[in-house]
Design a protein around this ligand. Structure first.
Ligand code: ADP
Ligand code: MG
Length: 702
């Protein structure tokens, strides 16, 4: 069988030996197809040769000149300096400082010696303003030996994402070969004209040729921002591939069997009767959706979205109880011990009247303690199991897992979720899955990221909550803010003080929080200050949280570990330091810790001026809006999906080229195209999925 071009190994290209193959593989590139879909980071315009007299800072260009002088300057950093003047200059005509200074920091003695006065050069680089003159740092240089013409580009020059030991020149050589092959063996066109034409998108091979070798008149901004039809074309095809894969997956899932969880309703009724509050209409609606799914003999795959504080936990508890009622186990997995413990406590409180004692399994359970818990899980004595990642370890064996609930799903990798699901497989039956998230994802985006999941949304908060009043205050007014904390705490209310750091370092943020706690305690006589951060042992953290929840601490200084789930209704003031460093979704989550009781709550964003334009805009959004979904929509509009969701939060889908926000308008057409392909061009489905998802199995939000 002749393999299509895109599946050929990169080894067939000139210049690709075993070493280069390894390097390419590090970038995920194995085949010609991978190479062709390795898109440039940006482009350069190398088509112009600018006279020395016309240079200005910021310009990236070729220049031509003769070397007036060169030498190595010693100092902190050995530097090779080469002075370039106009080619028609007679020696001694021009004072140094008027030409262009080339600076090199990495050079061999041989290279240094090559820069002899009188030699003529072409240099390409970015012009900068140096202390004495215009400069180029590490320009690309070509000596003008004989009459060689300037090496001007006939098209825009791509700059590829690279890896060590791979120069741009090597990329160009590879791509050049790939494009030549593409001319004689175009890639299979998998999207039919009736799909492409109405969208005005080019064919695949033409799109690739343009992206790797844009004609000089191609609008650079359109390319850079991904708005150009050639890039849109690739993004579109990728979205179609994902939609097709998700639809197939959903179809397969529909054919799997699950235990139908139809108890007699007595336990569920007792739980409802014992609740200290009335469920909201929104909760009732999603509870009914879930209960109906659980009663089916195919596995539920449902995403439950609800803003912070919307009451997802009780919804999960009711689903778990329905499972228990049918004689099977339910597992609830949370991303942190703090959260798992809180869930366990809440469930234990609600379920005590029913005689159900949820079992906690966390990383800190070791030895005998862990052994006992594992036994209870294996025997089925533990009807409901709450835990962290500890739940997916090898030695955890369930007796009969009917329902998996994942809280704050974005904190888990796809594989972790998959592992838990595998544990639930018994005798050909798959467990039901309920995936909960407080990261509000606009529906359009959710449809791309989780096209294979059903969606339930709790769209209103329980009554009696007053919206949190949010204010942005510069940290020059820190003293005032501390006074406010004093007043609040001394009048019986409680407060959070959240410290943030740019570094993703638990050690540093723990230190910062410790420092802040000390300083605040020194300032606030009579206020009981507690401290939690990720470096504390789970038990210490638990006991501090417990003290705070019980009202024996007034002020809780914390890192962002308190972000998810923690619930202390008497806390009505939150200070967030350096809010400009956090994403809006995260700020909104943090703020959700207050405003849980009946008193008016405040969130003070203690920012460090000056703020950038975007930071100002974002703080304004968080000040003006209280609805997580509305915030997400706005955040999406100014920042893009990638940032909104964070790298680990992009759901089940790993996109290479498409960006859900940027390519928003392509999503609906991609869904229609996926349906069309499945129906009328079934033969193209596999190659399409192969091309875009390759060996990466699509777990689809599992
Ligand atoms: P989240 O959706 O953020 O996980 P929780 O489940 O933690 O929210 O609920 C937040 C708080 O609201 C908890 O104290 C919970 O007991 C309470 N709660 C949940 N549902 C209701 C309701 N219908 N009425 C009043 N309080 C409720
Ligand atoms: Mg929660």
């Amino acid at each position: 069988m002749i393999r299509p071009l895109e599946q050929l190994s990169l080894a067939i290209l000139k210049g690709v030996g075993p070493r280069q193959l390894k390097r390419l593989e590090r970038l995920g590139l194995r085949t010609l197809g991978d190479l062709l879909f390795h898109l440039p980071l940006r482009y350069q315009d190398r088509s112009r040769l600018t006279p020395l007299a016309d240079l200005y800072p910021g310009l990236e260009t070729w220049v031509e000149g003769q070397i007036l002088e060169s030498g190595i300057a010693a100092g902190r950093k050995r530097t090779l300096k080469v002075w370039l003047g106009p080619v028609d200059l007679q020696p001694g005509q021009m004072a140094f400082g008027q030409g262009l200074l080339l600076r090199f920091f990495h050079f061999s003695a041989q290279q240094a010696a090559a820069f002899k006065p009188g030699e003529r050069l072409y240099c390409y680089g970015e012009v900068r303003l140096g202390p004495q003159s215009l400069e180029m740092i590490h320009p690309e240089c070509r000596f003008q030996r004989g009459q060689n013409p300037p090496p001007l580009g006939a098209h825009l020059t791509p700059v590829y994402p690279s890896t060590e030991g791979f120069s741009q020149r090597q990329w160009w050589a590879l791509i050049e070969q790939a494009l030549a092959l593409l001319k004689t063996q175009p890639l299979a066109e998998l999207l039919p004209p009736e799909v492409l034409e109405p969208l005005g998108l080019p064919g695949l091979s033409a799109a690739l040729a343009l992206i790797h070798r844009p004609p000089l008149n191609t609008p650079l901004a359109e390319l850079a921002e991904g708005r150009h039809p050639a890039i849109q074309r690739l993004a579109f095809e990728e979205l179609v591939a994902h939609q097709t894969s998700l639809r197939r997956l959903r179809h397969t899932a529909r054919q799997q069997s699950a235990p139908a969880l139809r108890g007699d309703g007595s336990l569920v009724a007792r739980l409802r009767a014992s609740l200290p509050f009335q469920l909201t209409a929104a909760q009732e609606r999603v509870i009914a959706e879930i209960a109906a799914d659980l009663g089916q003999s195919r596995p539920m795959r449902r995403l439950l979205q609800g803003d912070v504080g919307s009451g997802k936990t009780i919804v999960a508890a009711l689903a778990a109880v329905q499972t228990v009622e049918s004689g099977l186990q339910a597992a609830l997995m949370a991303p942190t011990e703090l959260l798992a413990e809180q869930h366990q406590r809440n469930l234990a409180k609600w379920l005590a009247p029913l005689g159900i004692a949820p079992v906690l399994l966390a990383g800190r359970h070791k030895g005998r303690e862990r052994e006992l818990r594992l036994q209870a899980i294996a025997s089925g004595e533990a009807q409901i199991v709450v835990g962290t990642h500890a739940l997916i370890q090898e030695d955890v064996v369930f007796r009969g897992l009917g329902l998996i609930i994942i809280d704050e799903q974005h904190r888990f990798g796809v594989h972790q979720r998959l592992k838990l699901r595998e544990k639930g497989r018994t005798q050909g039956l798959h467990p039901h899955q309920l995936i909960m998230t407080a990261t509000p994802i606009p529906r359009s985006l959710a449809m791309t990221l989780y096209a294979d999941l059903d969606l339930s949304v709790i769209d209103s908060l329980p009554p009696g909550r007053t919206p949190v009043i949010t204010r942005a205050i510069p940290d020059t007014r820190r003293d005032e803010v501390i006074e406010r904390v004093r007043v609040a705490c001394l009048s019986g209310r409680q407060a959070y003080w959240v410290c943030t750091l740019i570094e993703e370092s638990e050690v540093l943020s723990a230190q910062a929080a410790e420092e802040t706690a000390r300083a605040l305690q020194a300032r606030l006589q009579g206020v009981r200050v507690g401290l939690v951060h990720g470096r504390l042992k789970a038990q210490e953290r638990d006991s501090v949280m417990g003290e705070f929840a019980a009202g024996r601490l007034d002020l809780l200084v914390a890192t962002t570990v308190i972000e998810v789930g923690v619930d202390v209704p008497n806390a009505s003031l939150m200070i967030i330091e350096n809010p400009e460093r956090l994403g809006l979704a995260q700020l909104h989550q943090l703020r959700g810790r207050v405003g849980r009781g009946a008193v008016e709550s405040y969130c003070l964003l203690l920012y460090h001026p000056p703020l950038s334009e975007i930071a100002r805009e974002r703080l304004a959004i968080i000040r003006n809006l209280n609805d997580g979904f509305a915030i997400a929509e706005r955040d999406l509009a100014i920042r893009g999906a990638g940032e909104l969701l964070g790298t680990r939060q992009t759901g089940s889908v790993q996109l290479r080229i498409a960006q859900p926000l940027r390519d928003h308008s392509l999503i609906a057409p991609a869904q229609r195209a996926a349906d069309l392909l499945l129906e009328r061009y079934p033969g193209r489905v596999q190659p399409l999925i192969e091309r875009w998802l390759g060996g990466r199995e699509h777990y689809g939000g599992v």
